[in-house]
Ligand binder design. Structure first.
Ligand SMILES: [Fe+2]
Ligand SMILES: [Fe+2]
Length: 271
């Protein structure tokens, strides 16, 4: 049995703080073998940096998946390129910095991670369906390891279609990107755990992480306005998975949505 804790889009300082505050408690509750998070919004909502990633790796996170915002900080491209545990979407051009696949190994347990971006209402990419098909044709890892895909996409229909497309071929497809959790977690008939969106770990008294007053003004005025991250309404949005390490089928998917309080009022992020 492989036990996994996966946090949906961890947004800005609020998100980092929630993970650092609550990971020890969640570890006690779930005893996960692997802890993974989507980190495309780690650095003030826009991309990730070495500092913001290291804080989470030091807190016990095993790997970080990406998405359309992964490369927002050009100063971090080298760090992304040199850190294979930061996983970029497979269906971007190979020239995009980063590693599209990583196999975590711990205590004899193996988990292969992939990240793909959707095409609908998203920046242009190659087809995630065709990219995965070609990955399967070129990699026979699927016979030797459980596979978890972070499917980073806006559209529910594209995510749902992708879930059916890979049912029985991977252990889990976890949707990310919308920052709003969906209540549709299930194990598909051929054994793939599925949820349309895990949601955002961050400040929910906001518009998907940004101060709500700013976004309302933007919708009213139709003008560009500088974004500021919110820290109000902290929530953990995550899922807990149990995968059979022999059959690679999912045995359990549990949706986690918890309103929390910041624990450490002196929270600081010195490495
Ligand atoms: Fe995001
Ligand atoms: Fe995204």
């Amino acid at each position: 049995m492989i036990k996994i804790l996966f946090f949906g889009d961890v947004f800005g300082k609020a998100g980092r703080r929630i993970v650092c505050d609550y990971l020890p408690h969640l570890k006690e509750e779930f005893s996960p073998d692997f802890i993974i998070l989507n980190g495309e919004n780690l650095a003030d909502g826009r991309g990730l940096t070495e500092k913001t990633s290291k804080i989470l790796f030091n807190a016990g996170v095993d790997a970080i998946t990406g998405g359309n915002h992964l490369w927002d900080r050009t100063e971090s491209w080298n760090y992304i390129r040199n850190n294979p545990k930061i996983i970029k979407p497979l269906n971007y051009p190979s020239s995009a910095p980063g590693n599209p696949c990583f196999t975590l190994v711990k205590d004899g347990k193996k988990l292969t991670l992939l990240n793909l971006c959707g095409q609908l209402f998203m920046p242009p990419t190659n087809s995630p369906f065709m990219a995965l098909e070609s990955w399967f044709n070129n990699n026979h890892i699927n016979n030797s390891s459980c596979i978890l895909i972070d499917f980073h996409s806006e559209s529910t229909s594209e995510k749902r279609a992708f879930g059916w497309f890979v049912d029985g071929r991977v252990s889990a497809v976890l949707g990310t990107h919308t920052h709003i959790q969906t209540a549709d977690e299930e194990i598909l008939p051929q054994g793939t755990a599925y949820i349309t969106d895990v949601g955002m770990t961050g400040a929910h008294n906001s518009v998907i992480g940004i101060k709500k007053e700013i976004i309302i003004e933007k919708f009213k005025l139709c003008l560009p306005i500088k974004y500021e991250s919110s820290d109000l309404g902290p929530q953990i949005n995550a899922v807990y998975l149990e995968l059979d390490d022999l059959t690679h089928k999912a045995q359990k998917i549990l949706r986690i949505k918890r309103q929390v309080e910041y624990k450490n009022t002196q929270y600081s992020e010195t490495l």
